[in-house]
Every structure is written in C-alpha cells, then in structure tokens.
Design a protein around this ligand. Structure first.
Ligand SMILES: Cc1ncc(COP(=O)(O)O)c(C=O)c1O
Length: 373
C-alpha cells in the first residue's frame, strides 16, 4: 500500500491490523478437492441443520425483498428462549459485528478496554479501531487447572476511571478454558455498575463442566451484563452470519443507533429461526463434539502433547516446540489447523473438533507428522 490515503485515514485505522481469518480456504479447496479436512475455524463438522436448509431454500424466493430490519421473528424466538423481552435482544451479522459495535458505542480515544491476554482477537481489534487502549490482564499460569485461562480476579485490579468496557469469553477462544458462574458473579459484584461486562458465549453449547453456566441467568441482577451468542458454531450457520446480544434495553438501543438497518439478511434470519427449532440436530452436534473432543484429547495426550482442557469445539495443543513444522506437515496432508503465532503461542496449534471421519484423518496425520522438523 502506498501512502496516498494511509495518512489521511482516521488515526486509529492507520495503525490497525486486520483480523486474520487463517488460511485462504477457497483456494485450498480448489487445490486439495474433497480430501481437505478443515479444522482451522471452529466450524460445525456435522453441517447445517436440514430444517435450516429447507427454510433458506424457501426464503430465497423472497430475496428480491429487503429483510425485516428489526428481525422481529427471530428476536421474539430468542426472547422466549432466554426469558427476556425483544428489546433486550439485538441481532448482528455474526457476533463479531456486535463485539466491534460494543467497543464503538462505549469507547473512544483515551479510554481503556479490558480483556484477557489470551482472548478472542476481535476484542483488541475493536478496541484499537476506536482509538482506545487495550488492557490485557494476566491469565492463569501454565500450571493452573485452567492454563492460560481468563483469571477473573485480575480484572478489578485493572479497572481505572478510564475503563469503558470489559470483554471475557466463556468458554474462551483460543484456550478452550472456562470459568464458573460464581466467579463471574463475584467479578460483577466488584465492577462499577456503569461499565458493561461482555460475556462472549460463542461456544456455550459445547460446555459440560460443572459450574459452567450461561451468564444470562445473572442479567436481572446486573444491568451492565451483556451476553453475546452466535449461530456460527453449534447451530452450524457460520456462512449465514447471525449472532446476537442479550443486554439491557438501553445497550441494545445504543447499538441500534449505529447498526446497519438490514444487517442480518433474509436467509440468515430464516435459517436461525429454523435452527432454533431443530433440537435433534443440535443434540447430535453437541453429542458428537463431546465424544470427538474426548477422543482427540486422549489420542494427542498419548502422543506426548499437552492438550488444554476444553469446553469448546476446538482444542489448543502445545507441542513443546515450535509447532510450525507440524502444521506444515498436516497441511501437506490437507489437514488445515490454526497456527497460534498471532496469539503469541508459537508452540501451539488450535484444532477444531471435527466429525468422526475428520478425527480419523487428524489423528492418522498427526501420527505421521509428529516428528516433522
Ligand atoms: C470467542 C468468539 N466470539 C465470537 C466469535 C465470532 O463468531 P461469529 O461472528 O461467527 O458470530 C468467534 C468466532 O470464532 C469466537 O471464537
């Protein structure tokens, strides 16, 4: 890029580094064809709900129309699911969009935004995009039961008069770790009431640990609690881009001020509504992820790698040495995983939990690739 426009851009944008979506998958699909195993983006190895597909096909005929700008049908369903009102739900073109908008609504240059050092890359991007300063709190140490997981007790110490918003994910990406609802409650009791605490629950449907509960149950007690959810993971609609927040109606109203009026498209709205109804598919996906997650964790531990405890549909794996040669060897076998160099974890790879056939390929390829140098 030459400098005709760079130094004309808003200052925060001049310094911003874009989100890294990983490998160029459309090109890799062309290169590898059907043998590709895509385990880099935490998508759903069990596919799209057949009911959602049916709804999309039906809705496609109305694609010449704008979608419902309020997404009322879907918001009503979600309000019902979460026992709240429609005014307490705002829909996004994926939850990524909503996380960026939360930073935009609450923070500006000179402000601070708190998140855990090993958290989702969008929190620092959203923070920097509005010219605010990110405060990355220390995670739990490596020898803790939740290695590198979010240490909620560090957050109150990081709060200053400039703190405008706090982001935590439960369970967390990229570590896969989680925290208990009592610990979240203890945090919320210490955070000043005017600072929104965003609990990103993108992977909540894959959780089975004791004490890990959705923060949504605390929303009546803490008006500053914002919970974000997505249809991209357990619901298998990553390609349609639908996410949402459950938040105080004033927070939703503020987001609506800058939300593009038709931000969730017609097919996404239809698919999400149908997917909510497909309990069978959701149960199959959840059961499948839990089974394959345990299977991969066991196989990789036996190979001598350290597998972080995960409540998500991915596993963070430490190879005890630079992971790049192993990633390259997997790549040559058309098994695509996510390098963790951008997260400052060069010895690690993040591997999505795929379906049984994908797990077979992953384990067989890792056995071949494990000594790659
Ligand atoms: C923790 C976390 N939050 C949010 C998202 C964004 O998901 P989407 O924009 O597809 O809803 C992701 C995606 O990987 C994620 O890992």
């Amino acid at each position: 890029m030459n400098d005709i426009f760079l130094n004309r851009a808003a200052r925060p944008i001049q310094k911003l580094v874009a989100y890294d979506p990983g490998h160029d998958l459309p090109r890799l699909r062309e290169r590898f064809g059907d043998i590709i195993v895509e385990l880099g983006s935490n998508e759903n190895g069990w596919g799209t709900s057949p009911k959602a597909v049916e709804a999309v096909v039906k809705a496609a005929r109305d694609s010449f129309r704008y979608p419902d700008p309020l997404g009322l049908g879907l918001r009503a369903r979600l309000a019902d699911k979460h026992d709240c009102s429609e005014e307490e739900i705002v829909l996004g073109n994926g939850s990524h969009e909503l996380l960026m908008q939360l930073a935009q609504v609450f923070a500006e240059p000179g402000d601070e935004v708190i998140y855990s050092r090993y958290g989702f890359a969008v929190y620092p991007i959203g923070t920097r995009a509005v010219g605010a300063t990110g405060i990355a709190v220390d995670p739990f140490p490596r020898d803790h039961a939740m290695p590198l997981g979010t240490d909620l007790s560090q957050i109150p110490k990081a709060i200053t008069e400039r703190t405008k918003i706090i982001f935590v994910a439960n369970p967390n990406n990229p570590t896969g770790t989680h925290f208990r609802i009592e610990d979240l409650k203890a945090l919320l009791q210490q955070v000043p009431k005017h600072i929104p605490v965003v609990v990103d629950e993108a992977y909540t449907e894959f959780a089975n640990a004791e004490g890990l509960e959705s923060a949504i149950s605390l929303r009546r007690e803490f008006a500053n609690l914002v919970v974000s959810r997505t249809f991209s993971k357990a619901y298998g609609l990553a390609g349609l881009r639908v996410g949402y927040l459950v938040a105080h109606r004033e927070v939703c109203e503020l987001i609506n001020r800058l939300r593009e009026s038709f931000n969730v498209n017609l097919l996404g709205l239809a698919a999400a509504e149908a997917a909510l109804d497909d309990h069978e598919h959701l149960a199959r996906v959840r059961e499948g992820v839990l089974t394959q997650r345990a299977r991969i964790a066991e196989a990789l531990t036996q190979l001598g790698f350290f597998v972080f405890p995960s409540q998500t549909n991915f596993l963070l794996v430490d190879f005890h040495r630079r992971a790049q040669p192993i990633e390259d060897a997997l790549f040559e076998r058309a098994v695509i995983v996510r390098p963790m160099v951008p997260y400052g974890l060069p010895n690690c790879l993040r591997i999505t939990v795929g379906n049984p056939a994908e797990t077979d390929r992953l384990i067989a390829s890792l056995i071949e690739a494990k000594d790659a140098a």
